[in-house]
Design a protein around this ligand. Structure first.
Ligand SMILES: Cc1ncc(COP(=O)(O)O)c(C=O)c1O
Length: 411
């Protein structure tokens, strides 16, 4: 494979990359025959390919899995976040508090609704949104707080909910990376007003590469979702002899001044989703065991640190981010990655910028942010190659390479 072709085909670093020792599997979770059969069955037999019984079943299965009161399948998590924003009546003049360290899709839907994004700093221990900083940044214009259980690390939801209650603001939890992430057994996404989940290909489970779910706590808000999700379509009530009069279905909206959207997910994705749900816990157990092994192998390397977890929290290790502190010998994360990638052959990466550093947010939100912990921490952060099912020999290879890199920098 030529270097150019390789770069073009694999900007994420997933898959085979020349010169590196650790090779990602082509498919992280190959589909089972049962899953393939379920999709083919929809292709052959489903009367309608969307909005049918498989959606209803997937939503029920998802609600049972998470303990959510209401669950609604949507085409991706970005749109689940947008739906939540719409249901919170977010619009121009409102402020939405979003952690600076997250994936860009956490903030985009709220900015798109016209809100001003206010960047929250991270807690130095859990690397998730800092409740104290959230409280400092609440103003009379704050409409929503968006805790993100990034990397599968649960946020401190007890404190976030206390703050939200005290100030009368809504909470939309971004759980895109946090399926099966819990606090004292309660699934994330069920603490706040809304929970937003992703079934993108890189997530714990996938519904053919894209997909999402919105969970809703309020019994009065939940009935608003199907119409907004599907262009305002709704059935006329009761039997109608002249079923075509005035038309097959009505088009309406229950939220004043709000246009509906089309965020629907198809039946094949839903059939697959119900089956994929069954593999979430066993796969997370594998990821958690991998994390344990890495921490054990690196326990004598004080320059490397890992996230802490709130009491009772279940960290499901969605990506493998660590922090390097080489200040004692004048070395940076970039010095470490120079050695780790170029000399030791481990394709480590740096996952996300703090969002306010990206051109998109500098143009649309402005460059200002008051996030000193994120600023300092991010300069030391990096990620290992990560997937479910890394064998022990590969874990040894990665840890030995990291130890050798740190030792080389220390001289
Ligand atoms: C934290 C976070 N939020 C939101 C999203 C958006 O999810 P989707 O790709 O399903 O729209 C992602 C996807 O990677 C994510 O990681």
């Amino acid at each position: 494979m030529s270097e150019t072709k390789n770069k073009l085909s694999d900007p994420s670093g997933r898959g085979w990359v020349a010169g590196y020792k650790v090779i990602f599997p082509a498919m992280q979770h190959p589909y089972t025959q049962e899953e393939i059969d379920a999709v083919v069955d929809v292709m052959k037999n489903a009367e309608g390919q969307t909005q049918g019984p498989r959606l209803e079943k997937f939503e029920k299965d998802f609600a049972a899995f998470t303990g959510a009161k209401h669950a609604f399948g949507v085409c991706n998590c970005t749109d689940a976040l947008k739906l939540a924003g719409i249901l919170c009546r977010v619009g121009p003049g409102d402020e939405v508090i979003v952690p600076a360290y997250t994936y860009c899709a956490t903030a985009i839907p709220f900015g798109d609704l016209g809100a001003t994004i206010v960047w929250a700093d991270m807690d130095p221990v859990t690397w998730t949104i800092d409740p104290a900083d959230v409280e400092r940044k609440i103003t009379p214009r704050t409409k929503v707080i968006v805790p993100v259980h990034l990397l599968g690390i649960p946020c401190d939801m007890k404190r976030i909910m206390q703050i939200a209650k005290k100030h009368g603001v809504k909470v939309v939890e971004d759980c895109a990376q946090a399926l099966d992430c819990r606090i004292d057994g309660q699934h994330v996404g069920t603490f706040g007003d809304f929970g937003c989940f992703s079934f993108h290909a890189a997530k714990t489970m996938t519904t053919l590469g894209e997909g999402g779910m919105l969970t809703v706590r309020d019994d009065e808000v939940a009935p608003l979702v199907p119409g907004i999700r599907h262009n305002g379509l709704r059935a006329f009530q009761g039997a109608r002899e002249r079923y075509w009069v005035p038309a097959m279905s009505n088009v309406d909206i229950d939220l004043e001044g709000q246009w509906p959207q089309n965020f629907c997910i198809g039946e094949a994705q839903c059939a697959l989703g119900s089956l994929q749900l069954k593999s979430v816990v066993p796969n997370n157990e594998i990821l958690i065991a991998q994390d344990r092994k890495i921490r054990e192998r690196l326990k004598d390397v004080p320059e490397i640190s890992f996230p802490g977890v709130v009491p009772g929290g279940r960290y499901v290790v969605h990506q493998y981010v660590m922090h390097f502190d080489g200040s004692a010998f004048g070395k940076t994360r970039n010095d470490l990655l120079d050695v780790l990638t170029k000399e030791q052959g481990i394709r480590a990466i740096v996952q996300y910028y703090p969002l306010y550093r990206y051109p998109l947010f500098q143009k649309l939100v402005g460059g200002e942010a008051d996030c000193p912990v994120t600023e300092a921490w991010w300069d030391g952060s990096f990620s290992f190659p990560w997937w479910c099912g890394i064998d022990d020999a590969t874990i040894d290879t990665m840890c030995d390479a990291l130890k050798a890199s740190v030792a080389a920098l220390k001289g």
